[in-house]
Design a protein around this ligand. Sequence first.
Ligand code: PLP
Length: 462
Amino acid sequence: MKYISTRGEASVLGFNDTLLAGLASDGGLYVPESWPQVGHSNAGVSFAERAAEVIAPFVAGEIPQATLVSLCKDAYATFRDPLVAPLREVGENRWLLELFHGPTLAFKDVALQLIGRLFDHVLKVQGRRITVVGATSGDTGSAAIDGVKACRNVEMVILYPKGRISEVQRRQMTTVDSANVHAVAVDGTFDDCQDLVKAMFNDVTFREQHQLSAVNSINWARVMAQVVYYFTAIEQLHAADSTSVSFSVPTGNFGNVLSGWIARKLGANVGHLIVGSNSNDILTRFFETQTMATTSVVPTLSPSMDIQVSSNFERLLFEMNLRDGKATAKQIGGFRSSGKLSVTSEQFGTWIRPVFRGQRCSDSDTLAMMSHMHEAYGVLVDPHTAVGLVATRACANPNEPVVTLATAHPAKFADAVEQATGVRPTLPEHLGDLMSRTERSTELPNDLSAVQRFVASVSATR
Ligand SMILES: *Cc1c(COP(=O)(O)O)cnc(C)c1O
């Protein structure tokens, strides 16, 4: 499989180079040159084996199938539930897909546990070392760190805003005892951290010298790995050949829900895709008005969805432009300068209306849903999952089977859960001593040259 950029100017790459590149050199995102057909299987294989089957066409020609199977088995052996992504019934035609049984308790583990192993494999084959640099507002950093902590050819630097993430989130990053992991507390906001990372990537000399790479959600391999659980959820419901199953996805960067769209494209029996947003509702407004318009970010109870722009939307936009990279680049350029992007009624009617539904959810709706789930089903859900459930209630009809993606373990957002239900969820056993583990982190000012000096001092090429 070859990969092309959504902006049409970057060189065409194979899977291995796409994995290591993250962002394309023209600023676009990589997508496969064509969409293969995968279809459903009733073979009753494990999640890891199914993952290797679904992913196979995307790494064809670069990673031998036996290697892929073993990387998948290794990655998903870290999950506490043998099903990896089990379903839980919550009312008629309604299920939760529990994606939080991985090491850091959020759905990002599903992709990042595999990516760490893919990195290790590809770097060994290519005889290279890289420095992964990222910014996090919480969940991505810990999932990325856990995914790559055992990779000998990767040094990892994660910037987080000092004092602005939860204690569980911070400790999940600062207590990892691996010499190649460097958690950095920046005296600034998440946006400051992200700007520092962008500036390092834009400095071509620095980027090449230290072999910088990224694992944020614009990396194709993350989107690819997430496609798998849409297939397995439908197969668990034995719905492969019957009524289609709709999915409700609490959404930030549009990465997770895009994976659902791709699963549908590959032949999975996916019905509607319901996009749940918190008060940062740029996507809901797009579904209402055909126009994407940025506003400032407001903090909510579901912080992993507090974003201004959903960067993975560019991959869908590229399809809406019939894979015209120039047109997509022009649209994104206009969006950058004006903060507004509109699609035509024809594009909206062809690509959006038949598939997507969108709903916003306030913090008080989120709390009410968490309380309702506890009272009606005895289930504690985290605030992000609650946003998905509110969207399901608003957008689905009663006889439509809907799977809501449960994206975080309730104990990761214990304060909000306790506020809603009066019950404080406990951390799973493997994290029981998290609050007493030794922390290790570096504090740096919000200053590019200070951060660059630090990255240079730990870089994989030093
Ligand atoms: C990252 C995250 C999301 C949003 O996922 P996107 O792929 O950015 O849409 C939702 N819930 C939780 C718990 C997350 O960590």
